[in-house]
Unconditional design. Structure first.
Length: 159
């Protein structure tokens, strides 16, 4: 079972948000919250808010809907920052000109999943036992023989 939460139109570039999201991918939720608490990036509190929302979604489903979820055993399965709309702005430039620039926004998504005893997420456990089909080894291209190099005779006759 997966539990999602997202924040849309966050005023930060997706590249900066991905720096923080890469810190928490694949970690336990408790470790991820501690990491975000002590991260000095400006987007870290917003990411922590989304992570807590996903945790509360899991907690709600376990109590209200009767789904058996061990909240202490959840890991961050996916943490993605997608690009949102851009705001086009104009900055005054010398000699009466104007420079255009863009203010970026991000859509942040966090997905939690319950970890199996094996250490893999519950949904991914069945797929790990499937054997991959055998491949033929790649053929190397045949080497061409190089023609002998003709030497230049000097300043005399040239052909």
């Amino acid at each position: 079972m997966e539990f999602r939460s997202s924040a849309k139109y966050v005023r930060v570039s997706p590249q900066k948000a991905r720096l923080v999201l890469d810190l928490i991918k694949g970690r336990r939720v408790e470790d991820a919250i501690n990491t975000l608490t002590f991260t000095k990036k400006g987007i870290a509190p917003d990411v922590q808010k989304v992570l807590r929302s996903a945790l509360e979604n899991a907690n709600y489903l376990s109590t209200e809907k009767g789904i058996d979820v061990d909240v202490d055993n959840l890991i961050v399965l996916r943490a993605v920052a997608n690009e949102g709309p851009r705001m086009k702005r104009i900055r005054p430039a010398p000699m009466g000109r104007a420079f255009r620039y863009q203010r970026r926004m991000a859509h942040i998504e966090i997905t939690l999943a319950e970890k199996n005893r094996n250490g893999a997420p519950a949904e991914k456990a069945e797929a790990t036992h499937v054997a991959a089909p055998a491949r033929k080894p790649a053929r190397k291209p045949a080497l061409r023989k190089k023609s002998p190099v003709k030497k230049f005779a000097g300043k005399g006759k040239q052909r």
